[in-house]
Design a protein around this ligand. Sequence first.
Ligand code: UDP
Ligand code: MG
Length: 317
Amino acid sequence: MKKISILIPAYNEEDVLEQLYHRLGKLANDNKNYEFEFMFADDGSTDKTLDMIKEYAETDDRIGYVSLSRNFGKETGMIAGLDHVTGDATVIIDADLQDPPELIPEMIKYWEEGYDDVYAKRNTREGETWFKLFTAKSYYWLMGKMTPLINIPKNTGDFRLLDKRCVEAIKQLRESERYTKGMYSWIGFKKKEITYDRDPRAAGEIKQNYKKLFNLAFDGITSFSTTPLRISTFMGVLVSLSAFLYLVFVIVKAVIMGSQVAGYPSTIAIMLFLGGVQLLSLGIIGEYIGRIFKEVKQRPLYFIEESHIAKSSKKAR
Ligand code: UDP
Ligand code: MG
């Protein structure tokens, strides 16, 4: 029998865990021709999340978990989980049931047809603010422009089925500031898109706050694109060229009309503009140096507080 691992990154999800466990249990019961493993990646939860998982694991041999030593963020939680799954394919799913587990059989169907990465694209995103929708849309647009060589599908998250060889490929990408969404595209392999309606969060508060998302967005650009560096070079060329033309203009004007001491507003405007462009370019270069700094340290991605590997795919009770 083929084994499907379900990887669930969870950070302070005590409110939804019971529902999630129920829905996953139902999934396994309805698809008896596969073995299932439920691998929880507990991202340093401070509530009862880990206790609940352990309690389930006592009576349910399908359950495994890795618990990180602190909150590392969802991207790191996912690689910790991927490092420990044992299935022939792995489905990554959010704990909050925004991604319906009922879609998994369809993913498995396409996997059996030979696809390696079956990802679910969101038709609608219920229960999300217009601001989040707007920022998401603008970001996908920007990202598309910045990374012309790899195609990162729009409105697609981590909810997907990965064949074992995709999992092995992603496990080899050990960069510390991770942008997993770009990695799925970067590794290649045969992809299949399916669509679904994203549900609102089943319970509990949102864990990926805007600060985390903003940082992730930034990492996405700096880890998959050097276009910003190109832009700053381009700005430099453009500004120098205009400065040169203006210089010619000033000299010619002085020769023909003689020089008058005037032009305070133009001087100050040019100074401010140049200063702005220089700071911006420095900032962009700084972003990349920051990335290099973090990567050269070669730190391990995470530390494990405790872990438990699923014993079998059978429910013990
Ligand atoms: N999550 C995590 N570590 C974090 C933040 C979030 O493992 O630091 C998990 C969270 O438990 C959930 C998933 O990542 O299973 C998505 O988080 P959330 O629903 O808060 O954000 P969304 O992606 O839906 O906006
Ligand atoms: Mg969510």
